[in-house]
Write a protein that binds this ligand. Sequence first.
Ligand SMILES: NC(=O)c1ccc[n+]([C@@H]2O[C@H](COP(=O)([O-])OP(=O)(O)OC[C@H]3O[C@@H](n4cnc5c(N)ncnc54)[C@H](OP(=O)(O)O)[C@@H]3O)[C@@H](O)[C@H]2O)c1
Length: 223
Amino acid sequence: MTKPVALVTGASRGLGREVARRLVAEGYTVLAGVRNPAKLEPLPGVEVLSLDVSEPASISAAAASIRTHHGRLDVLVNNAGIMLDRMGDALALEADLLQRTLETNSVGPLRLVQALAPLMPKGGRIVNVSSGGGQLSVPSTWAPAYCISKTTLNAITVQLAEALKPRGIVVNAVCPGWVRTDLGGPEAPRDLQQGADSILWLVLKAEPGLTGGFWRDGERIPW
Ligand SMILES: NC(=O)c1ccc[n+]([C@@H]2O[C@H](COP(=O)([O-])OP(=O)(O)OC[C@H]3O[C@@H](n4cnc5c(N)ncnc54)[C@H](OP(=O)(O)O)[C@@H]3O)[C@@H](O)[C@H]2O)c1
């Protein structure tokens, strides 16, 4: 039997790298989507795929490469993300900074699903790495552009889950918790393994039909 194929975006460091490493160990053919393949620290067992999620041409090229070399994609982990306004105030939020954040954190995942869903079989799984900062039920104000981008990603998740239901492809959003990475900072209480566990639950353990939800540590959380 051929191994299932998984693409993890933003796999150069942090949570994406850890998720890619763990999926190799789980027996997946893992494609590590990275912006700068030449600078990547070796990641044993993965195939490196050049991918900038904010660039439509890069997404098209990556999709063409996956089609040519693998012919299918079983799992897409939309992990790549940026936080340009670590602390902020919505009244001072610059539209340009918001736009750049949305391009990477929200529109990129949408474009990737549009490009790659045709390669996904019934049972395919799409995991959008979101954040508690995107919850509307628990308003966060610490990084408005980032939080707005994750709320938008959550809305995109619901739309895509409905659109892909007839094809048996599931789409969920997940919060990894606050994790010690370049983005999360050194004060975060969680290590990479705990954050990756929360993401990988949706790939490896969630019931096959579960779709259109927001999750942390295998538990549903409010939008
Ligand atoms: N850490 C936390 O506490 C936390 C909490 C909630 C949610 N999250 C989410 O978890 C995900 C991973 O975050 P992290 O903490 O692991 O952050 P990180 O260590 O800063 O890693 C971010 C990754 O995204 C990549 N990336 C950024 N822009 C990209 C683009 N345009 N195209 C392709 N790759 C791009 C980076 O690649 P380069 O090396 O090329 O820059 C890097 O690999 C993000 O979506 C983040 O919002 C994190």
